[in-house]
Write a protein that binds this ligand. Structure first.
Ligand code: AMP
Length: 507
């Protein structure tokens, strides 16, 4: 029975006795062995009551088995819903309540807290740890290596990815098989991936970048991956000699540049370094070339659209830009007020249309209508400009989104928590440049009339209620927030005031 995504990514693994996954401990997993894991997991999903079209929410550490669960969901025809492992149980509660998955897969360490969440929303809980142990692993152990592949078409949903962790505002982007497959095909071709490639994979697999861009390309092209549990400098440096290509967020590259072991020799055999998910400083691009002789290839995309633009493989990779619209992707820059295209060279909102663009937000028809036009153009919310040669540059984000270490942080969510704290009259949360994280979260507090805030107590509360990457790295106190005549807080002014907070060269 047809299942285009399974047929393209997973079915070919049956013929692969060579290593598909190379692990940090030197072990390998062949394509065929991985496919067996996928099939057993698909059978385990079925035995757990997961049917075609059901959501499977997973909040588990990166591991080969965790990746196999993605394949299993595709084989079973379920909708894969990966969640950031940093989310607290309170945050997971929102996603599970919103998506109503049949099954929630959690780390054994979180079994109790996430188990309560699952129970509250009528979902079944199973566990899976980074070491491959857990109740779901037990369920898989008894399953046969072969499974029935669900009949699916390209227009059927393959995944839900939530756009942020903001309670009440987070949106589940519905991605079809065609969305994922078309993008993987285009990128594989543009970036010249083939069976001989070994992709160094240190990205998380709960996000578009690591899950779809990296994994789908490697699977589609018959390549292999050095599959690391995360970005640990020593492991990445040790793995580089095996790899031909690497994909990363800018933080990966600044960290590598900070290590003297990262040399021209170490990277001489590499074919490609790709960067995305957050702006790569032009300065990093230049430093990288000086050190290694490689020009990082920067691309731009988002949860709702997969990848939209890329610098060219063969042509000039222009620092500070995200290159050209990918083949099949239409891109225009529009005036946010009128929706009309602005003249070339002027800044506006980036809109994209193509087979990569998602089907809308899960159960949010109004939000979908606001951002996805009738003619198929998606209003990305990113501000950008196209130069005379067609290179796109992202100049900012319309909605003050902060991207810290590659993760999206919505200021509003943190402000809501801060405003609740005693001694706080009001707050504003901004992102400021940070040498390691790209941007760091900074909180600006206005003291209550009756007495100012206790920062240590606030930090402790924030530590309990928000994922670490959302927690402010610095707090400032101002007598009042700068506002425009309409009463809006002027975040640009705040960003300018605190821009040098983490610039140690000026301290
Ligand atoms: P996400 O949905 O988590 O993938 O985040 C998508 C957002 O990340 C985009 O809307 C952009 O604002 C930002 N982004 C992704 N790639 C780049 C890039 N190369 N340069 C600047 N911003 C980027």
């Amino acid at each position: 029975m047809p299942n285009p995504l399974y047929d393209a990514l997973f079915a070919p693994l049956t013929a692969r006795d060579d290593a598909l996954l190379r692990l940090a401990d030197g072990g390998t997993i062949s394509g065929k062995a991985f496919l067996d894991m996928v099939h057993r997991a698909a059978n385990a999903l079925a035995s757990a009551g997961v049917g075609v079209g059901d959501r499977v929410a997973v909040q588990i550490e990166k591991s080969p088995m965790a990746l196999a669960v993605y394949g299993a969901a595709v084989a079973r025809g379920a909708v894969f819903l990966p969640l950031n492992t940093a989310y607290t149980a309170a945050e997971v509660d929102y996603f599970v309540g919103n998506a109503t998955p049949k099954l929630v897969l959690a780390d054994p360490a979180n079994a109790q807290a996430v188990g309560q969440v699952a129970k509250a929303h009528g979902a079944r809980l199973e566990t899976l740890g980074a070491d491959g142990a857990g109740s779901f692993a037990d369920l898989c152990a008894d399953q046969p290596d072969a499974c029935t592949i669900a009949d699916r078409s390209g227009g059927d949903l393959a995944a839900f990815l939530y756009t942020s962790g903001t309670t009440g505002r987070s949106k589940g982007a519905m991605l079809t098989q065609d969305n994922l497959l078309s993008n993987a095909e285009v990128l594989a071709k543009e970036w010249r991936f083939g069976a001989g490639d070994v992709l160094l994979h240190a990205l998380p697999i709960f996000h578009t970048h690591g899950l779809f861009v990296a994994t789908n390309i490697a699977l589609l092209t018959g390549g292999s991956m050095v599959f690391l549990s995360g970005f640990k400098l020593d492991d990445v440096i040790a793995a580089l000699p095996q790899a031909t290509a690497m994909m990363g967020v800018p933080t990966f590259y600044t960290r590598l540049l900070g290590d003297p072991r990262f040399t021209r020799d170490l990277t001489a055999h590499m074919r490609l370094f790709v960067s995305g998910s957050a702006p790569l400083l032009a300065e990093t691009h230049v430093q990288f070339e000086d050190r290694t002789g490689h020009r990082i290839l920067e691309r731009y995309g988002m949860t709702e659209t997969n990848m939209n633009t890329s610098n060219p493989y063969d042509g000039e990779r222009r620092a500070g830009t995200v290159g050209f619209a990918l083949p099949g992707v239409e891109l225009k820059v529009t005036d946010p007020a009128s929706g009309n295209a602005v003249p070339q060279g002027e800044i506006g909102v980036i809109e994209v249309r193509g087979p990569n663009v998602f089907k809308g937000y899960w159960q949010m028809p109004e939000k979908t209508r606001e951002e996805l036009r009738d003619d198929g153009f998606f209003i990305t919310g990113d501000l950008g400009v196209v130069d005379a040669d067609g290179y796109v540059t992202i100049v900012g984000r319309q909605k003050d989104l902060i991207i810290s270490g590659g993760f999206n942080v919505y200021p509003k969510e943190i402000e809501l928590v801060l405003d609740e704290q005693s001694g706080v009259l009001e707050s504003a949360v901004i992102g400021v440049p940070h040498p390691d994280f790209g941007e760091a979260v900074v909180a600006v507090l206005v003291p209550a009339k009756e007495g100012g805030p206790d920062i240590a107590a606030i930090e402790a509360e924030i530590g309990r209620s928000l994922a670490r990457y959302k927690q402010p790295k610095s707090y400032f106190i101002l007598p009042e927030l700068p506002r425009n005549t309409m009463g809006k807080v002027q975040k640009a002014a705040l960003r300018a005031t605190f821009a040098k907070t983490f610039d140690h060269s000026v301290r």
